[in-house]
Design a binder for this molecule. Structure first.
Ligand code: DC
Length: 224
């Protein structure tokens, strides 16, 4: 019977992964790691460098030249780019627009995956992303793949954007999410897909509380 297990939560953009994963981690007294924030920080570095995001060599040079670090401060993840806390800068529309290009590059992914595996080594981690169950933590004791209809995901993303003072139309948010899903799912390296043994969780009609309860139920079956 394992003590602290690792939990991998994957799914498309705005499927509710991060909120759910954070609450699951809190309930179990585990550490929550948002891997999307790490890809977002690389993307921010690319934007700041002013290089062409489609230039694989230039992007990989940036990714290997910067230091991305995540740290828990009062229970919430802070993401650092070369020592600067950039947590508040990672949700900008400019990042959403190009992040799928950047995160499809194998060299970028190798750097991120190594760090993520290191973070999960002690166990007791809830990690969310696109390839956690398939690539980063294929040995995770519990793998969950979250799904939700695109309109519902767009509504959730809009609420999040509005909370950050960013106005976008529902139509634009749907288009951006569909575009990101298409690239994330069809890329050659670590595409978004459920691990064979992942438990599917369709959250279209579920509240956050219900999602958390379901995952905790699965986790407790394993932890015993
Ligand atoms: O979870 P998120 O929306 O913050 O992720 C942003 C982007 O980062 C997503 O469109 C694809 C990429 N990503 C990835 O390729 N692999 C991960 N493990 C996490 C995110």
């Amino acid at each position: 019977m394992p003590g602290k297990i690792n939990i991998a939560i994957d799914g498309p953009a705005a499927s509710g992964k991060s909120t759910t994963a954070r609450l699951v981690a809190r309930a179990l007294n585990y550490i929550y790691i948002d891997t999307g924030a790490m890809y977002r920080a690389v993307t921010l570095a690319v934007l700041r460098a002013g290089i062409d995001p489609a230039d694989e060599n230039a992007v990989e040079n940036i990714a290997s030249g910067v230091q991305i670090r995540v740290q828990l401060i009062s229970g919430s993840q802070h993401t650092f780019l070369d020592g600067e806390d950039v947590s508040g800068n990672l949700r900008q529309p400019e990042i959403n627009r190009i992040i799928s290009i950047i995160s499809a590059f194998g060299g970028v992914r190798r750097l991120m995956v190594l760090q993520q595996q290191e973070l999960a080594r002690p166990g007791g981690v809830v990690m969310d992303g696109r390839d956690i169950g398939t690539v980063v933590l294929p040995e995770a004791e519990l793998k969950v793949f979250m799904l939700a209809g695109v309109e519902e995901r767009a509504r959730r993303r809009m609420a999040e954007l509005q909370a950050n003072g960013i106005e976008m139309s529902l139509k634009d948010v749907v288009a951006e999410i569909e575009n990101r899903d298409r690239i994330d799912s069809s890329r050659d390296v670590a595409p978004l897909k459920p691990a064979p043994e992942a438990r599917l969780l369709d959250t279209t009609e579920m509240s956050i509380e219900e999602q958390v309860r379901q995952i905790l139920h699965w986790a407790k079956q394993i932890i015993g």
